[in-house]
Design a protein around this ligand. Structure first.
Ligand SMILES: *[C@@H]1O[C@H](CO)[C@@H](O)[C@H](O)[C@H]1NC(C)=O
Ligand SMILES: *[C@@H]1O[C@H](CO)[C@@H](O)[C@H](O)[C@H]1NC(C)=O
Ligand SMILES: *[C@@H]1O[C@H](CO)[C@@H](O)[C@H](O)[C@H]1NC(C)=O
Length: 368
């Protein structure tokens, strides 16, 4: 009886989950109630703390394989209700990681059209980017396809690219963004002209962070080797707004369509993981507004204090008729001259130590 009840409850929960997720109702905080992996300790995305990342000199630049050989067969772009997805042919891949990985698909994450520049999944030192590209690969040395690999250890490799707002239209991203109006509703897809996928990535694939993580959407399988490039790419504000406001998470036949927005997951605890970096950390002290004003105030006080002291000394000197009041502390004119000569000689010695020959030619002399 009990098990029957529990079974029905689970069924109900699952039904609630699928229908709510389709409608975009289930909050991320509840994912783990339906998919236990989402509550695991190797979850993605994460915030990368630059200073905590561990430099690993053995990390070589990532190489894309066949990204430019699209063979002129069109790419299929689709709206799956959660993101825009573009299938990639299996002959594309990446090298430079511990295994050979074959490409499967790419997709994007973004914000809500407020032009705030907040929509990336990964953050660096707490800073979000406007959007994020994920190019998903599976381990083709160990597994036969994506669906088999994604549940397994070391199954997937995802390249993450942070996208920021720039002045110019990004022609590479236009290859995707210009067709979003053709897949407004969940479940729709469109064939688009093939293009060089490498152009979506930043120029330098040698600078990146590497860590073990997960899919960022349910079922959150913890099978992903993440490569997050430090170089960002830029798209125009108009392109970003298109990405954020053209598609719906709902099917074409619903009466109240919901925009497909804010499809990024919040950063997850790092727990015991290390984030490796392919380059050494350069510490650049960035002062906060508070620190800056403290420094400015400190210097100001110092200057004012010094001015007061100088003024006091000058006043003291002026108010006495002669230097005689300082007689006791002043060296006699004679010894002062000797000191000067001595100082000057030391000075000369210092200047000529690198060239001892010169010392003989110009014997030290006291300045007049
Ligand atoms: C993936 O590979 C597994 C194991 O070889 C196979 O059972 C499954 O049908 C494949 N799935 C797809 C979608 O090709
Ligand atoms: C990921 O985990 C494996 C063990 O499963 C470990 O050997 C590897 O070094 C880890 N990779 C990173 C980047 O931390
Ligand atoms: C982290 O590692 C410590 C010891 O290595 C272990 O006791 C602890 O359970 C780990 N925590 C997580 C969340 O994995």
């Amino acid at each position: 009886m009990d098990s029957m009840w529990s079974f029905s409850l689970r069924l109900l929960l699952f039904w609630l989950w699928t229908s709510c997720l389709d409608a975009g109702y289930v909050g991320q905080s509840q994912w783990s109630e339906f998919f236990p992996d989402c509550g695991g300790s190797y979850q993605s995305p994460i915030d990368v703390d630059k200073a905590q990342a561990q430099y690993d000199p053995s990390l070589i630049p990532v190489q894309t394989l066949g990204y430019d050989q699209h063979g002129n067969a069109p790419f299929i772009l689709s709206n799956n209700g959660h993101t825009v997805n573009m299938a990639l042919p299996g002959w594309m891949g990446v090298a430079g990681l511990p295994w050979q990985f074959s490409a499967a698909q790419l997709h994007l994450h973004w914000g809500n059209g407020a032009g705030e520049g907040r929509g990336s999944e990964h953050t660096i030192d707490g800073r979000s980017a406007a959007a994020e590209l994920h190019v998903v690969h599976y381990n083709s040395e160990l597994y036969t396809n994506l669906s088999e690999a994604m549940t397994q250890k070391n199954g997937l490799a995802v390249l993450g690219v942070l996208i920021e707002i720039g002045e110019e239209t990004n022609q590479a991203y236009a290859n995707i963004i210009n067709y979003l109006h053709r897949i407004k509703h969940a479940g729709q897809s469109v064939a688009i002209p093939a293009f060089d996928v490498r152009t979506l990535l930043p120029a330098d694939l040698g600078l990146y962070y590497l860590y073990n993580g997960s899919l960022t959407t349910p079922p959150c399988y913890q099978s992903v080797l993440w490569t997050l490039f430090t170089q960002t790419v830029k798209i125009s504000l108009a392109q970003l707004l298109k990405l954020e406001t053209v598609m719906y998470s709902t099917k074409a036949d619903v009466s109240e369509p919901t925009l497909l927005q804010d499809n990024y997951r919040t950063t997850q605890p790092l727990h015991n993981r290390t984030v490796l970096s392919s380059f050494p950390h350069v510490s650049v002290k960035v002062y906060t507004a508070g620190e800056v004003s403290a420094i400015v105030m400190g210097s100001l006080c110092g200057c004012v204090g010094l001015a007061v002291i100088i003024r006091f000394i000058v006043k003291t000197i002026r108010s006495t008729s002669s230097w005689d009041v300082l007689h006791n502390v002043r060296p006699t004119p004679q010894s002062r001259t000797n000191d000067l000569a001595k100082e000057s000689k030391q000075d000369m010695d210092l200047r000529t130590t690198s060239d001892p020959g010169k010392k003989e030619e110009s014997p030290p002399q006291a300045e007049p």
